[in-house]
Design a protein around this ligand. Structure first.
Ligand code: AMP
Ligand code: GLY
Length: 440
């Protein structure tokens, strides 16, 4: 079978790499792909991103299964378009993808269905928003409604920061986010202002077939640019799986209190959910679990370590996910070791990354240390930077400490002008967990 992976980041490189290991797969096409998928003979890049053009290409090339990496094509209705023409695709419909594409939609949804999340209110009027901030006090969190590539959230530790964020997002529309004009025609900028939650974050991802659900291995990422969680927020500077903070008790709570009610709620609302569902969890010291956000896709860079641990045939898993009830008896087989990925980012990231820096010293991939590409492209015989997050060096080893060592060893020879990376990926997985802290 020929399969198609939509996207061009590190997550999609990992998905394509994993799919290519299936006996049933003849060729994995990646649209548009990157410099890493271009280098792999089992993968082929297709320079198409438009949803209708992708569907036409998939029909002509007899693609048996398509999987969508990023949120953009989902929010643009790629799943609806493929299904309308009888093509098999794993992902949520445009309506279901609002769980990610609109913070207001997802907060209202959680409120309506009793899914634990931070208390919040939604505003279009800056005067009312400022008054709310003043009343609630700091710390407080201001979130732009609409997709903002991870830059639409300000965790304000002071009232001044919170007021500035309201002005930036509501008055200036400084993020120029594309606002959802769907429900009720809300085209004006909107913000969600919510309670500040304390605890440890984890990424909790599942696959849904519209009826049944199966959890992926747990993971955690590092959102800040610099060591010790300093500096600006990014899409993620590194990740590992499993996440020790997700104890069996936390796992059970996340399934019972968040994932299952979400799927049931979507069904009740007439928008059955299919595809990957990613709940960003905040786990309190007492082991209570609240939803920070939903994403309607796998995480990046969490996918890279998660898929390095997956022993099941990824094609079988995705195929099952495209049939209602297909995941009912699905058991995923995981490598019990830890996988850990370190992101190397371009000069200027997370602002405006510089492009065109030559990447030297890329090692040959081995089973336990993969170099997944993201913002790279081939220019002649050279791989150069072409985006913010450039590479994710992902290693698999006995425990988090050993995986970290292996990942940093594997990246030691790689260099490009202006490269940025963190030196402390995985530190939370290495400190011993206090006894019984996470169970209740
Ligand atoms: P989001 O895109 O909603 O996940 O927010 C991005 C990041 O902001 C999260 O990963 C958290 O680190 C932080 N954050 C978001 N909401 C809250 C909250 N209510 N309390 C504390 N931190 C938050
Ligand atoms: N790494 C966080 C995300 O993919 O949203």
């Amino acid at each position: 079978m020929n399969v198609l992976v939509i996207g061009g980041g590190g997550r999609e490189h990992a998905m394509a790499w994993k799919l290519a290991q299936s006996d049933k797969v003849q060729m994995v096409y990646v649209a548009p792909g990157n410099g890493g998928t271009a280098r792999d003979s089992r993968l082929k890049n297709i320079p198409i991103t438009d949803v209708v053009a992708l569907r036409e290409w998939a029909q002509i090339n007899k693609i048996g299964l398509t999987v969508v990496g990023p949120e953009g094509p989902l929010a643009n209705g790629v799943v609806d378009e493929f299904r309308l023409h009888g093509l098999r695709i794993f992902g949520p419909t445009q309506a279901a993808a609002q769980l990610e594409s609109s913070k207001a939609f997802s907060k209202d949804f959680m409120h309506r269905h009793g899914i634990p999340t931070a208390a919040y209110e939604t505003f279009t009027d800056p005067v009312a928003a400022h008054a709310y901030v003043q009343r609630m006090g700091a710390p407080i969190v201001v979130k732009a409604d609409g997709l903002a590539a991870g830059k639409g959230v300000v965790v304000a530790m002071t009232l001044e920061e919170a007021h500035a964020a309201v002005d930036f997002m509501l008055v200036d529309n400084g993020l120029a986010v594309v606002h959802n004009a769907g429900e009720g025609g809300h085209a004006a900028p909107r913000v969600v202002i919510e309670e500040f939650l304390e605890g440890e974050e984890a990424s909790f991802m599942v696959l849904c077939d519209g009826k049944d659900v199966v959890a992926l291995a747990t993971s955690q990422d590092h959102k800040r640019l610099l060591d010790n969680d300093q500096g600006p927020n990014t899409g993620g500077m590194g990740a590992y799986s499993p996440a020790p903070v997700v104890t069996p008790q936390v796992h059970a709570r996340a399934m019972r209190e968040i994932i299952l009610p979400t799927l049931k709620g979507m069904e009740q609302d007439g928008i059955p959910y299919t595809g990957f569902l990613y709940a960003g969890l905040m786990i309190s010291p007492a082991g209570q679990v609240k939803t920070l956000e939903f994403n309607c896709r796998m995480g990046d860079p969490e996918t890279q370590p998660i898929l390095m641990r997956l022993k099941s045939d990824f094609l079988d898993v995705l195929w099952a996910g495209t049939e209602a009830g297909g995941l009912a008896n699905m058991e995923l087989d995981w490598d019990r070791r830890t996988a850990l990925g370190v992101v190397m980012a371009a000069h200027g990231y997370p602002g405006t990354p510089r492009k065109g820096d030559a990447i030297l010293g890329l090692p040959a991939p081995i089973d336990t240390a993969m170099v997944f590409h993201a913002g790279t492209e081939q220019q002649g015989g050279t791989t150069v930077t072409s985006g913010g997050r450039v590479l994710c060096i992902t290693a698999l080893a006995e425990n988090a400490r050993a995986a970290r060592q292996l990942a940093y060893d594997a990246m030691a020879g790689i260099r490009f002008q202006g490269m940025q990376y963190r030196g402390d990926i995985g530190h939370r997985a290495m400190k011993p967990l206090p006894d019984n802290k996470a169970s209740k």
